[in-house]
Ligand binder design. Structure first.
Ligand SMILES: NC(=O)c1ccc[n+]([C@@H]2O[C@H](COP(=O)([O-])OP(=O)(O)OC[C@H]3O[C@@H](n4cnc5c(N)ncnc54)[C@H](OP(=O)(O)O)[C@@H]3O)[C@@H](O)[C@H]2O)c1
Length: 270
């Protein structure tokens, strides 16, 4: 406690800037979403850890957050299984958050996403792969952002943060379905920010470059990895810890004047 107080005194910032706010992070069982959930919890937020199939991993994230809880009857984090591409499940996700924490939701981080596991050219991409990528990345973002737009707390502190990709700008070969699905996310961000005028809710998009998670690493050859690392001014892959602090800032009151933006976080990789 003493060190928290002195931290706040040194920086002028509150030590728990999201105290008692409720945040939903979709796709928080692993990778970037996991790091975001832990980071928001460290700011005092109560967390809904969403996942679609990996309950063991999601439980581990929630347990890590709940280890700081004083009472098991008042959890700091819960897990909720919901497929972001299904409107009924997305509605249940928000219902559960409100019910358990007895509060409106303040923050949505829509992080759940899938890549094209085959890294295929457009000519070799199957309709099934295209549809799956769009159903999670574009339709899933639409459904979660729509629910948030209708239900997030009004009057200050409402935050919608959507995950896109630097590929929308860098346009690398063999990424057309994925990059196109993320271009839809960028567009929704900019329009929704204007539509939410007067609510106090901001809408922003975080667009990472290559980050060392399953999504990026699975199915990639040594040679492909080397080339990505060589293209980065920092000479390394991004890590989840490179993304979470930006999302943390966007979730706090300090970011209010940042609205309708797509912010690339990629170490200068283009
Ligand atoms: N890694 C990168 O290089 C990179 C770069 C730019 C942007 N991004 C974006 O960052 C976000 C996170 O990526 P990541 O690299 O952390 O991916 P990841 O390690 O593969 O994790 C994906 C997460 O999304 C969840 N998920 C997948 N489909 C879902 C669905 N239909 N409904 C709900 N949850 C679902 C997974 O849940 P389960 O564990 O239950 O499967 C998992 O928690 C994605 O939007 C991705 O496009 C990643």
């Amino acid at each position: 406690m003493a060190s928290e107080t002195s931290n706040a005194a040194n920086t002028g910032a509150p030590s728990s800037p999201l105290q008692d706010r409720v945040a939903i992070v979709t796709g928080a069982s692993r990778g970037i979403g996991r790091a975001i959930a832990l980071h928001l919890a460290s700011f005092g937020a109560k967390l809904v850890v969403n996942y679609t199939s990996n309950s063991t991993q999601a439980d581990l994230v929630a347990s890590e957050i709940n280890s700081a809880s004083v009472s098991p009857n008042n959890p700091l984090a819960i897990t909720v299984r919901a497929d972001v591409s299904d409107p009924t499940q997305v509605k249940s996700l928000f219902d559960k958050a409100q019910e358990v924490f007895n509060s409106p939701v303040h923050i949505l981080v829509n992080n759940a996403g899938v890549a094209n596991p085959k890294n295929s050219t457009l000519a070799n991409t199957s309709v099934e792969d295209f549809d799956h990528i769009f159903s999670v990345n574009a339709r899933g973002t639409f459904l979660c952002a729509r629910e948030a737009a209708n239900r997030l707390k009004r009057g200050g502190g409402g935050r919608i943060i959507l995950l896109s990709s630097s590929l929308v700008r860098s346009l690398k070969p063999c990424t057309s379905a994925y990059a196109a699905s993320k271009a839809a996310v960028d567009t929704m961000t900019k329009i929704l920010a204007k539509e939410l005028k007067g609510t106090g809710i901001t809408v922003n998009c975080v667009a990472p470059g290559p980050i060392a998670t399953d999504l990026f690493l699975v199915g990639r050859t040594e040679e492909q990895m080397k080339s990505v690392i060589e293209d980065c001014p920092f000479g390394r892959l991004g890590e989840t810890k490179d993304v979470a602090p930006l999302v943390g800032f966007l979730a706090t009151d300090a970011s209010e004047w940042v609205n309708g933006q797509v912010i690339r976080v990629n170490g200068g990789y283009v």
